[in-house]
Design a protein around this ligand. Sequence first.
Ligand SMILES: O=P(O)(O)OC[C@H]1O[C@H](OP(=O)(O)OP(=O)(O)O)[C@H](O)[C@@H]1O
Ligand SMILES: O=c1cc[nH]c(=O)[nH]1
Ligand SMILES: [Mg+2]
Length: 224
Amino acid sequence: MPIEDRGDAHVITHALAKHTLSDLRSVDTEQVEFRKGLVKLGRICGYEIIDGMMDTEFVSITTPLADTTGERVKGIDRVVVVNVLRAATPFVEGLVKAFPRAKQGVISASRDESAGMDEDGEFPISIDYVKLPDIGPEETVIVADPMLATGSTMVSVLQEVLSNGTPERLLCLSAVSAPPGLVHVHEEVPEADLLTVAIDERLDDDGYIVPGLGDAGDRAFRTK
Ligand SMILES: O=P(O)(O)OC[C@H]1O[C@H](OP(=O)(O)OP(=O)(O)O)[C@H](O)[C@@H]1O
Ligand SMILES: O=c1cc[nH]c(=O)[nH]1
Ligand SMILES: [Mg+2]
């Protein structure tokens, strides 16, 4: 199975996804390779979502030689991809290779790390910019963010998305997730399906995923 159900999340198990994530995890992977890795992982995840979560239908087609029957992915043109700035930008670049006709939304969300995690293990989140297309009842929305740590960012982003319409299906796609974040999103937004390439062990005291891959935004944008 390309996607395994593990309770709180669906895990993308494609060997190339695991391989690419291992490159991303390495501290020796520098900015350019890191960014390219996120693009590649986004593309693989997109293909796996299509293969594991979308149906196909038979269609009549005419080749230059004959009439025949082909197969198409149902709903592939009714997808909305939401980019959570900033770390999701290269991830989304890959994802939209699988969904080239997706409508795209952008939400700028960041954790106030100076405030630290509160006693419930959550961060205050600043939402500075929101630009979303209309979301219809026949659409699949994929909210992409490579890191799901405490889940505070994803919960705030999903609330913004849902205030813009109710899609047929709401998917949250991450590269690496921490167990408390998965539980948090599951509890706050039960209608969302969580998809990830890896579920890591834990969060450290600063809210970073361990073993994780560090700060995805800083590594992709070389801001530290
Ligand atoms: O699950 P959470 O605890 O909310 O953490 C996850 C968020 O943290 C990172 O963003 P960050 O705030 O570092 O912004 P950036 O993408 O600009 O680096 C990451 O890209 C997620 O959006
Ligand atoms: O481990 C983490 C947690 C939040 N954001 C990141 O980029 N990495
Ligand atoms: Mg960051």
